[in-house]
Design a protein around this ligand. Structure first.
Ligand code: XIL
Length: 372
Protein backbone atom coordinates (compact mmCIF):
# COMPACT_ATOMS: atom_id res chain seq x y z
CA UNK A 1 0.00 0.00 0.00
CA UNK A 2 1.31 3.46 -0.89
CA UNK A 3 1.62 6.08 1.81
CA UNK A 4 -1.39 8.16 0.63
CA UNK A 5 -3.46 4.96 0.52
CA UNK A 6 -2.48 4.14 4.11
CA UNK A 7 -3.33 7.68 5.16
CA UNK A 8 -6.70 7.47 3.41
CA UNK A 9 -7.50 4.14 5.04
CA UNK A 10 -6.50 5.37 8.48
CA UNK A 11 -8.43 8.61 8.21
CA UNK A 12 -11.49 6.74 6.91
CA UNK A 13 -11.36 4.42 9.92
CA UNK A 14 -10.95 7.41 12.22
CA UNK A 15 -13.88 9.23 10.67
CA UNK A 16 -16.02 6.10 10.95
CA UNK A 17 -15.14 5.78 14.60
CA UNK A 18 -15.75 9.43 15.20
CA UNK A 19 -19.14 9.32 13.46
CA UNK A 20 -21.72 10.61 15.90
CA UNK A 21 -23.91 7.84 17.33
CA UNK A 22 -27.44 7.66 15.94
CA UNK A 23 -29.55 10.35 17.51
CA UNK A 24 -31.87 9.36 20.30
CA UNK A 25 -35.46 8.77 19.23
CA UNK A 26 -36.74 11.63 21.34
CA UNK A 27 -34.45 13.98 19.38
CA UNK A 28 -35.25 12.47 15.98
CA UNK A 29 -38.97 12.97 16.61
CA UNK A 30 -38.77 16.28 18.46
CA UNK A 31 -41.35 18.58 16.89
CA UNK A 32 -43.32 15.53 15.76
CA UNK A 33 -44.48 13.75 18.91
CA UNK A 34 -43.25 12.59 22.29
CA UNK A 35 -41.55 9.21 22.44
CA UNK A 36 -42.68 7.23 25.44
CA UNK A 37 -41.96 3.96 27.16
CA UNK A 38 -44.04 1.86 29.56
CA UNK A 39 -42.13 0.87 32.66
CA UNK A 40 -42.68 -0.71 36.06
CA UNK A 41 -41.84 1.17 39.21
CA UNK A 42 -38.32 2.61 38.88
CA UNK A 43 -35.53 1.99 39.56
CA UNK A 44 -37.02 -1.32 40.80
CA UNK A 45 -35.21 -4.20 39.16
CA UNK A 46 -33.85 -2.06 36.31
CA UNK A 47 -30.11 -2.27 35.72
CA UNK A 48 -28.07 0.88 35.23
CA UNK A 49 -27.79 0.16 31.48
CA UNK A 50 -31.57 0.01 31.23
CA UNK A 51 -32.01 3.24 33.16
CA UNK A 52 -29.42 4.90 30.94
CA UNK A 53 -31.25 3.74 27.81
CA UNK A 54 -34.51 5.13 29.16
CA UNK A 55 -32.95 8.50 29.93
CA UNK A 56 -31.25 8.64 26.55
CA UNK A 57 -34.11 7.69 24.23
CA UNK A 58 -37.44 8.69 25.79
CA UNK A 59 -39.11 11.85 27.01
CA UNK A 60 -42.29 10.28 28.35
CA UNK A 61 -43.03 7.34 30.65
CA UNK A 62 -46.24 5.40 31.26
CA UNK A 63 -46.87 3.35 34.38
CA UNK A 64 -47.13 -0.17 32.96
CA UNK A 65 -48.84 -1.63 36.04
CA UNK A 66 -48.20 0.30 39.24
CA UNK A 67 -50.99 2.87 38.90
CA UNK A 68 -53.74 0.40 38.04
CA UNK A 69 -56.67 -0.10 40.44
CA UNK A 70 -55.64 -3.48 41.90
CA UNK A 71 -52.12 -2.49 42.98
CA UNK A 72 -53.11 1.01 44.11
CA UNK A 73 -56.24 0.12 46.12
CA UNK A 74 -56.05 -3.58 46.97
CA UNK A 75 -58.58 -3.08 49.80
CA UNK A 76 -61.19 -0.39 50.08
CA UNK A 77 -59.64 2.95 50.97
CA UNK A 78 -56.17 1.41 51.56
CA UNK A 79 -54.04 3.12 48.98
CA UNK A 80 -50.54 2.07 47.94
CA UNK A 81 -48.53 4.79 46.30
CA UNK A 82 -44.92 3.74 46.91
CA UNK A 83 -44.37 2.16 43.48
CA UNK A 84 -46.02 5.00 41.57
CA UNK A 85 -44.22 7.60 43.68
CA UNK A 86 -40.80 6.20 42.87
CA UNK A 87 -41.70 6.17 39.18
CA UNK A 88 -42.86 9.80 39.46
CA UNK A 89 -39.59 10.72 41.19
CA UNK A 90 -37.59 9.09 38.37
CA UNK A 91 -39.60 10.94 35.73
CA UNK A 92 -39.22 14.24 37.54
CA UNK A 93 -35.50 13.98 38.11
CA UNK A 94 -34.95 13.06 34.46
CA UNK A 95 -37.25 15.72 33.07
CA UNK A 96 -39.63 13.20 31.50
CA UNK A 97 -43.38 13.42 31.23
CA UNK A 98 -45.38 10.81 33.10
CA UNK A 99 -48.71 9.28 32.02
CA UNK A 100 -51.08 7.67 34.51
CA UNK A 101 -52.52 4.33 33.41
CA UNK A 102 -55.35 3.58 34.17
CA UNK A 103 -58.29 4.55 36.39
CA UNK A 104 -61.17 2.35 35.20
CA UNK A 105 -60.62 -1.01 33.51
CA UNK A 106 -62.31 -4.41 33.70
CA UNK A 107 -58.88 -6.05 34.22
CA UNK A 108 -56.53 -5.63 37.19
CA UNK A 109 -59.43 -4.25 39.17
CA UNK A 110 -60.05 -5.63 42.69
CA UNK A 111 -63.18 -7.74 43.31
CA UNK A 112 -64.17 -5.78 46.42
CA UNK A 113 -65.23 -2.86 44.20
CA UNK A 114 -68.25 -4.88 43.11
CA UNK A 115 -69.10 -6.69 46.36
CA UNK A 116 -71.31 -5.55 49.22
CA UNK A 117 -70.71 -8.22 51.86
CA UNK A 118 -71.99 -11.38 50.24
CA UNK A 119 -74.14 -9.49 47.79
CA UNK A 120 -73.17 -7.88 44.51
CA UNK A 121 -72.80 -4.15 45.11
CA UNK A 122 -75.40 -1.80 43.64
CA UNK A 123 -74.88 1.18 41.35
CA UNK A 124 -74.61 3.88 44.03
CA UNK A 125 -72.01 2.01 46.05
CA UNK A 126 -69.89 1.17 43.01
CA UNK A 127 -70.10 4.76 41.83
CA UNK A 128 -69.05 6.06 45.22
CA UNK A 129 -66.05 3.70 45.22
CA UNK A 130 -65.17 4.60 41.66
CA UNK A 131 -65.27 8.26 42.56
CA UNK A 132 -63.13 7.75 45.64
CA UNK A 133 -60.58 5.70 43.70
CA UNK A 134 -60.34 8.10 40.75
CA UNK A 135 -60.22 11.24 42.83
CA UNK A 136 -57.67 9.91 45.31
CA UNK A 137 -55.32 8.83 42.50
CA UNK A 138 -55.78 11.98 40.42
CA UNK A 139 -55.23 14.27 43.40
CA UNK A 140 -52.24 12.30 44.64
CA UNK A 141 -50.49 12.62 41.27
CA UNK A 142 -51.69 16.14 40.55
CA UNK A 143 -48.84 18.08 38.94
CA UNK A 144 -46.85 14.85 38.49
CA UNK A 145 -48.68 13.22 35.60
CA UNK A 146 -49.55 15.06 32.41
CA UNK A 147 -52.57 12.90 31.69
CA UNK A 148 -54.58 9.84 32.65
CA UNK A 149 -55.99 6.94 30.71
CA UNK A 150 -59.33 7.40 32.45
CA UNK A 151 -61.21 4.49 30.90
CA UNK A 152 -59.45 1.57 29.28
CA UNK A 153 -61.00 -0.89 26.82
CA UNK A 154 -64.72 -0.22 27.35
CA UNK A 155 -65.78 -1.04 23.80
CA UNK A 156 -67.02 -4.26 22.27
CA UNK A 157 -68.40 -3.66 18.81
CA UNK A 158 -70.23 -7.01 18.88
CA UNK A 159 -72.56 -5.91 21.68
CA UNK A 160 -75.79 -4.13 20.71
CA UNK A 161 -74.83 -1.07 22.78
CA UNK A 162 -71.20 -1.21 21.60
CA UNK A 163 -69.92 -1.61 25.15
CA UNK A 164 -67.92 -4.47 26.60
CA UNK A 165 -69.77 -6.64 29.09
CA UNK A 166 -68.03 -5.86 32.37
CA UNK A 167 -68.86 -5.40 36.01
CA UNK A 168 -68.64 -1.66 35.52
CA UNK A 169 -71.36 -1.86 32.90
CA UNK A 170 -73.57 -4.33 34.73
CA UNK A 171 -73.50 -2.55 38.09
CA UNK A 172 -73.36 1.11 37.08
CA UNK A 173 -74.85 1.12 33.59
CA UNK A 174 -73.68 2.73 30.36
CA UNK A 175 -72.91 6.08 31.95
CA UNK A 176 -69.99 4.64 33.94
CA UNK A 177 -67.77 6.09 31.21
CA UNK A 178 -69.11 9.65 31.57
CA UNK A 179 -69.02 9.37 35.36
CA UNK A 180 -65.36 8.34 35.30
CA UNK A 181 -64.42 11.33 33.17
CA UNK A 182 -66.47 13.71 35.32
CA UNK A 183 -64.86 12.49 38.56
CA UNK A 184 -61.37 12.82 37.09
CA UNK A 185 -61.97 16.36 35.92
CA UNK A 186 -63.42 17.43 39.26
CA UNK A 187 -60.27 16.19 40.98
CA UNK A 188 -57.86 18.02 38.66
CA UNK A 189 -59.20 20.37 36.01
CA UNK A 190 -55.74 20.75 34.47
CA UNK A 191 -54.74 17.16 33.83
CA UNK A 192 -55.31 15.69 30.38
CA UNK A 193 -57.86 12.90 30.09
CA UNK A 194 -57.76 10.06 27.58
CA UNK A 195 -59.84 7.12 26.40
CA UNK A 196 -57.59 4.13 25.58
CA UNK A 197 -58.35 0.91 23.67
CA UNK A 198 -56.95 -1.74 21.30
CA UNK A 199 -58.00 -2.67 17.75
CA UNK A 200 -59.85 0.60 17.39
CA UNK A 201 -58.27 1.00 13.97
CA UNK A 202 -60.79 -1.53 12.64
CA UNK A 203 -63.92 0.08 11.16
CA UNK A 204 -66.37 -1.61 13.55
CA UNK A 205 -64.59 -0.63 16.73
CA UNK A 206 -63.61 2.77 15.33
CA UNK A 207 -67.30 3.56 14.83
CA UNK A 208 -67.99 2.83 18.47
CA UNK A 209 -65.12 5.05 19.59
CA UNK A 210 -66.56 7.86 17.50
CA UNK A 211 -69.93 7.35 19.19
CA UNK A 212 -68.21 7.44 22.55
CA UNK A 213 -66.39 10.68 21.72
CA UNK A 214 -69.73 12.24 20.75
CA UNK A 215 -71.36 10.98 23.94
CA UNK A 216 -68.59 12.30 26.16
CA UNK A 217 -68.56 15.69 24.46
CA UNK A 218 -72.36 15.90 24.69
CA UNK A 219 -72.10 15.26 28.42
CA UNK A 220 -69.59 18.11 28.73
CA UNK A 221 -66.68 15.81 29.64
CA UNK A 222 -63.08 16.74 29.05
CA UNK A 223 -61.50 14.35 26.55
CA UNK A 224 -58.11 15.37 25.19
CA UNK A 225 -57.08 12.33 23.22
CA UNK A 226 -57.90 8.81 22.20
CA UNK A 227 -55.14 6.30 22.81
CA UNK A 228 -54.76 3.67 20.12
CA UNK A 229 -52.85 0.95 21.93
CA UNK A 230 -50.94 -0.32 18.87
CA UNK A 231 -50.28 -3.93 19.87
CA UNK A 232 -49.38 -5.09 16.39
CA UNK A 233 -48.17 -8.32 14.84
CA UNK A 234 -45.61 -8.69 12.07
CA UNK A 235 -47.28 -8.51 8.62
CA UNK A 236 -50.52 -7.35 10.25
CA UNK A 237 -49.89 -3.69 10.96
CA UNK A 238 -53.21 -2.11 9.90
CA UNK A 239 -51.74 0.98 8.24
CA UNK A 240 -54.79 1.98 6.18
CA UNK A 241 -57.24 1.54 9.01
CA UNK A 242 -54.87 3.29 11.37
CA UNK A 243 -54.68 6.31 9.10
CA UNK A 244 -58.47 6.43 8.77
CA UNK A 245 -58.84 6.25 12.56
CA UNK A 246 -56.32 9.00 13.19
CA UNK A 247 -58.13 11.25 10.73
CA UNK A 248 -61.62 10.45 11.98
CA UNK A 249 -60.81 10.78 15.68
CA UNK A 250 -59.12 14.09 14.98
CA UNK A 251 -62.11 15.33 13.00
CA UNK A 252 -64.28 14.37 15.96
CA UNK A 253 -62.29 16.82 18.06
CA UNK A 254 -59.57 14.87 19.87
CA UNK A 255 -55.86 14.25 19.44
CA UNK A 256 -54.50 10.75 18.97
CA UNK A 257 -51.74 8.85 20.73
CA UNK A 258 -50.19 5.48 20.07
CA UNK A 259 -50.02 4.33 23.64
CA UNK A 260 -48.78 0.73 23.82
CA UNK A 261 -46.74 0.03 20.71
CA UNK A 262 -45.08 -3.32 20.08
CA UNK A 263 -44.74 -5.74 17.16
CA UNK A 264 -45.13 -9.44 17.94
CA UNK A 265 -42.93 -11.52 15.62
CA UNK A 266 -44.22 -14.92 16.76
CA UNK A 267 -47.40 -16.39 15.36
CA UNK A 268 -50.75 -15.88 17.07
CA UNK A 269 -54.40 -16.17 16.13
CA UNK A 270 -55.97 -13.04 17.54
CA UNK A 271 -55.05 -9.45 17.05
CA UNK A 272 -55.27 -6.84 19.77
CA UNK A 273 -54.61 -7.19 23.44
CA UNK A 274 -57.62 -8.66 25.21
CA UNK A 275 -56.08 -10.12 28.36
CA UNK A 276 -58.73 -12.85 28.43
CA UNK A 277 -57.79 -14.06 24.92
CA UNK A 278 -54.81 -16.16 25.88
CA UNK A 279 -53.75 -18.91 23.48
CA UNK A 280 -52.08 -22.28 23.80
CA UNK A 281 -48.87 -23.19 22.02
CA UNK A 282 -49.47 -25.72 19.23
CA UNK A 283 -48.71 -29.26 20.45
CA UNK A 284 -45.11 -30.08 19.60
CA UNK A 285 -44.26 -26.45 18.86
CA UNK A 286 -40.52 -25.95 19.03
CA UNK A 287 -39.19 -23.70 21.75
CA UNK A 288 -38.71 -20.24 20.29
CA UNK A 289 -35.24 -19.20 19.27
CA UNK A 290 -33.42 -16.90 21.65
CA UNK A 291 -31.96 -15.17 18.61
CA UNK A 292 -34.40 -13.72 16.10
CA UNK A 293 -33.58 -14.64 12.46
CA UNK A 294 -32.12 -11.66 10.54
CA UNK A 295 -34.78 -11.79 7.83
CA UNK A 296 -37.50 -11.39 10.46
CA UNK A 297 -35.63 -8.49 12.04
CA UNK A 298 -35.44 -6.86 8.61
CA UNK A 299 -39.18 -7.27 8.00
CA UNK A 300 -39.89 -5.90 11.43
CA UNK A 301 -37.61 -2.94 10.75
CA UNK A 302 -39.36 -2.18 7.47
CA UNK A 303 -42.80 -2.37 9.05
CA UNK A 304 -41.86 -0.19 12.02
CA UNK A 305 -40.44 2.39 9.60
CA UNK A 306 -43.60 2.38 7.48
CA UNK A 307 -45.61 2.92 10.63
CA UNK A 308 -43.47 5.83 11.81
CA UNK A 309 -43.62 7.47 8.39
CA UNK A 310 -47.40 7.35 8.59
CA UNK A 311 -47.43 8.74 12.13
CA UNK A 312 -45.00 11.51 11.19
CA UNK A 313 -47.26 12.48 8.30
CA UNK A 314 -49.98 13.06 10.89
CA UNK A 315 -47.80 14.93 13.37
CA UNK A 316 -50.49 17.62 13.74
CA UNK A 317 -52.85 14.97 15.14
CA UNK A 318 -50.54 12.48 16.88
CA UNK A 319 -49.02 13.80 20.09
CA UNK A 320 -47.22 10.77 21.54
CA UNK A 321 -45.96 7.34 20.57
CA UNK A 322 -45.28 5.08 23.54
CA UNK A 323 -43.57 1.68 23.35
CA UNK A 324 -44.98 -0.97 25.67
CA UNK A 325 -41.67 -2.03 27.16
CA UNK A 326 -38.06 -0.87 26.97
CA UNK A 327 -36.53 -3.84 25.16
CA UNK A 328 -37.36 -7.38 24.02
CA UNK A 329 -36.75 -8.80 27.48
CA UNK A 330 -39.08 -6.29 29.13
CA UNK A 331 -42.04 -6.90 26.84
CA UNK A 332 -45.28 -8.43 28.09
CA UNK A 333 -45.36 -10.39 24.79
CA UNK A 334 -43.01 -12.93 26.36
CA UNK A 335 -46.01 -14.11 28.38
CA UNK A 336 -49.02 -12.98 26.31
CA UNK A 337 -50.96 -14.43 24.55
CA UNK A 338 -48.89 -17.60 25.08
CA UNK A 339 -46.88 -18.13 28.25
CA UNK A 340 -43.13 -18.63 28.20
CA UNK A 341 -42.20 -17.47 24.71
CA UNK A 342 -39.13 -15.53 23.64
CA UNK A 343 -40.50 -12.61 21.68
CA UNK A 344 -38.61 -9.88 19.84
CA UNK A 345 -41.19 -7.13 19.65
CA UNK A 346 -39.29 -3.96 20.51
CA UNK A 347 -36.58 -1.69 19.05
CA UNK A 348 -33.87 -2.84 21.48
CA UNK A 349 -32.69 -6.39 22.21
CA UNK A 350 -32.25 -8.00 25.60
CA UNK A 351 -28.82 -6.42 26.00
CA UNK A 352 -30.30 -2.97 25.35
CA UNK A 353 -28.63 -2.90 21.93
CA UNK A 354 -30.43 -1.22 19.04
CA UNK A 355 -32.00 -3.64 16.55
CA UNK A 356 -32.51 -3.00 12.82
CA UNK A 357 -35.93 -1.62 13.76
CA UNK A 358 -34.29 1.09 15.85
CA UNK A 359 -32.20 2.23 12.89
CA UNK A 360 -35.11 2.08 10.45
CA UNK A 361 -37.31 4.15 12.78
CA UNK A 362 -34.44 6.60 13.25
CA UNK A 363 -34.08 6.95 9.49
CA UNK A 364 -37.78 6.82 8.62
CA UNK A 365 -38.06 10.58 8.26
CA UNK A 366 -35.18 10.84 5.80
CA UNK A 367 -35.81 7.72 3.73
CA UNK A 368 -38.93 7.30 1.66
CA UNK A 369 -39.09 3.50 1.91
CA UNK A 370 -37.06 0.45 2.81
CA UNK A 371 -34.86 -0.03 5.85
CA UNK A 372 -31.45 -1.31 6.67
C1 XIL B 1 -50.20 -5.49 30.70
C2 XIL B 1 -48.83 -5.43 31.37
O1 XIL B 1 -47.86 -5.13 30.40
C3 XIL B 1 -48.52 -6.75 32.01
O2 XIL B 1 -47.31 -6.68 32.77
C4 XIL B 1 -49.67 -7.18 32.94
O3 XIL B 1 -49.43 -8.46 33.45
C5 XIL B 1 -50.99 -7.17 32.20
O4 XIL B 1 -51.20 -5.89 31.62
N1 XIL B 1 -53.54 -3.33 27.51
C6 XIL B 1 -53.29 -2.45 28.52
C7 XIL B 1 -52.15 -2.68 29.44
O5 XIL B 1 -53.96 -1.40 28.58
O6 XIL B 1 -52.41 -2.23 30.74
C8 XIL B 1 -51.73 -4.12 29.48
O7 XIL B 1 -50.53 -4.21 30.23
C9 XIL B 1 -51.56 -4.67 28.08
C10 XIL B 1 -52.85 -4.58 27.30
Amino acid sequence: MTLPAVWLTLSLCASLQAAPPTRPLKETYRGYFDIGCAVPSLPGSFKETELALLREQFNSLTAENCMKPAPTEPRENEFRFAAGDSLAAFARSNNMKLVGHCLVWHEQCPDWMFQDGNQPAKRELVLQRMKNHIQTLVKHYQGQVVGWDVVNEAIDEHQPNGLRRSKWLSTVGEDFVEKAFQYAREADPNVQLYYNDFDIESPGKRKQVLKLITRLKAAGCRLDAVGIQGHYALDRVPLRNLEASIEEFYQAGVKVMITELDMDVLGRRNSGADLAMTEKAKPGAKPQAAICPPEILKQQADQYAELFRLLAKHRDKVTRVTFWGLHDGRSWLNTYPIQGRINHAMLFDRQCQPKPAFFSVSEALTRTSGAR
